[in-house]
Structure formats: C-alpha cells, structure tokens
Design a protein around this ligand. Structure first.
Ligand code: NAP
Length: 241
C-alpha cells in the first residue's frame, strides 16, 4: 500500500501523514548500528511498527516488531513488503567477510540500492542511509567509491527526503574481531589528540543509531548529509521523535 503525504498550508509536502504513528523499515538490523537502532525504535513512542528485513533471526521480541527473514538475492519476491514511513539502511560488510570486491559491492551497493528503489517505488517518503566518512563516487579507493556511488544512486530515487549519515570508524560490541579497524581507530584517536583527522573521529554505534532517528526531525532539505561534528551534535540532541 502506498503512503499518501499530506500537504502543508505553504505547499510543502509533509513526509509523514501521521507523525506519531510511523512505521520504520530496517535493513542491516543485526549489525552494530542496526541492532542499536532497532532497540531505540522499539522504545520510541512515535513509531508504532518496526519492520525488519534480515537474513537471520533477531534476538529481540516486541509486539511492535515485524521480522521478515529474507534472501537479498531474491528481493523481487518480497519487495512489495517494503512499505512504511522511513527506510533505515545500515547494511554493509568488509572485503574480508564478503570474500571479494565484487561480493562486497553486491552487499554494500546492490542490496541496499535495490531495497531503497523498491521502497521509493512503494511510496516510502524518507530514506536514512548509513554511509561513511570520505564517501566519494570518484575516489580511486574502493571503499569510499562504493559508498559514494551508493549515496549518488539512492539520491536519484524518488524519495521526498534522503538522509545520508557519514560516520567515521565505528566502535561498540561486535561478535567478531576486526583487528585492522581497531588499529586504525587507535591511530585516529592519537591523531585527534593533536587536533588532526578530526572528521575521522571514532563514533559508537549507538550514537549513529540515535542520530539516524533524530535526523528525521530535521528534514529541511531533500538531501541532508550529516558528518563530522554535526553528526555528534545530532546524536546528542534531545529526542524530538
Ligand atoms: N566499521 C566501520 O568502522 C564503519 C565506518 C563507517 C561506516 N561504516 C558503515 O556503516 C554501516 C553499518 O556498519 P556496522 O558496523 O553497523 O555493520 P555490521 O555490524 O558489519 O552489520 C552489517 C549488517 O549488514 C548485514 N549483511 C552483511 N552481509 C549481508 C548479506 N550478504 N545479506 C544480508 N545482510 C547482510 C549484516 O547481517 P548479518 O548479521 O546477517 O551478517 C548486518 O545486519 C555499514 O554500511 C558500514 O559500511 C562502517
């Protein structure tokens, strides 16, 4: 079913027909950011339903949670279920986990873009995407390039608002060890002490999750990008729903 957006008196479209009864859609819900996000959404009174699409079960139960176990290779068979008010996308992998650059591209770009496209076509008005600091579709480096390409491609989809969150290195509880990331974070923290590499300052997964939810209270432009200090400030703002 498609959302109908109400019209403000000044002619601007309101993205949410019923702001206190929103339905969230989450992909990447079993990850560091996504798991924190789902927990916050389930306790946020302005969301009445949280639809999760994942390849495995989420160890959370709530009457607000609607969990779909799906195969992202078969999105055409379930994409009609991608309906609601906001699509939150926190999916991603590492080259090591994916096994190759091609496989990483499939997860970091194709799966997320396919979900965003289906959601936009189903009338979901708002996308909130976790990208990365340094995202740049023209970068010679693979990771910032795929993040930049995804940003560019989702912004061309017919959402009323596309919110891009660009965190630096993420920390928080993970089931697996990511030694490279941990060493990188130690280096960045050292540099930060000297006032260098501030935009790469590490951020906790829960802070990113908070910022994702708060970002939908400040939809002043069609494309909104949150990074650097603004992202930390957004995460610390009082929850406006
Ligand atoms: N790590 C960093 O320091 C860093 C920095 C900046 C930005 N980012 C980006 O921020 C976002 C969130 O990062 P995160 O650390 O929270 O991610 P994460 O913990 O690695 O979680 C990734 C999510 O994507 C899902 N996923 C991975 N491969 C999949 C597949 N083949 N099919 C279906 N689902 C799949 C995972 O599901 P399973 O649990 O089933 O695997 C999980 O829900 C990602 O886009 C990441 O690239 C990361």
């Amino acid at each position: 079913m498609k959302n109908k957006s109400s019209q403000k008196e000044n002619g601007k479209k309101e993205p949410f027909p019923n702001p206190s009864e929103k339905t969230a859609i989450v992909i990447g819900a079993t990850g560091l950011v996504g798991y924190q996000l789902v927990q916050l959404l389930l306790t946020n009174s302005s969301f009445r339903k949280v639809k999760v699409f994942a390849r495995r079960t989420l160890s959370i139960s709530s009457p607000k949670l609607e969990a779909h176990i799906v195969d992202f290779e078969e999105i055409d068979s379930w994409k009609e279920a991608l309906t609601g008010d906001v699509l939150f996308s926190a999916m991603g992998t590492t080259r090591r986990k994916a096994g190759s650059k091609q496989a990483q591209f499939r997860i970091d770009h194709y799966y997320q873009h396919a979900c965003a496209k289906a959601a936009a076509e189903n009338g979901v008005p708002v996308l909130v995407l976790v990208s990365s600091v340094g995202a740049n579709s023209k970068s010679r480096l693979f990771y910032p390039r795929i993040k930049g390409l995804l940003e560019k491609d989702v912004c061309e989809l017919p959402f009323q608002h596309a919110v891009i969150i660009r965190p630096g290195p993420l920390y928080g509880p993970r089931p697996e060890k990511r030694t490279g990331e941990v060493l990188g974070m130690m280096f960045v923290r050292l540099m930060n002490r000297f006032g260098i590499m501030k935009r790469y300052r590490p951020i906790h997964g829960s802070e990113v999750a908070k910022a994702m939810i708060r970002s939908i209270s400040v939809l002043t432009r069609r494309k909104m990008v949150w990074s650097d200090l603004d992202l930390f400030e957004l995460a610390r703002q009082r929850d406006a729903g």
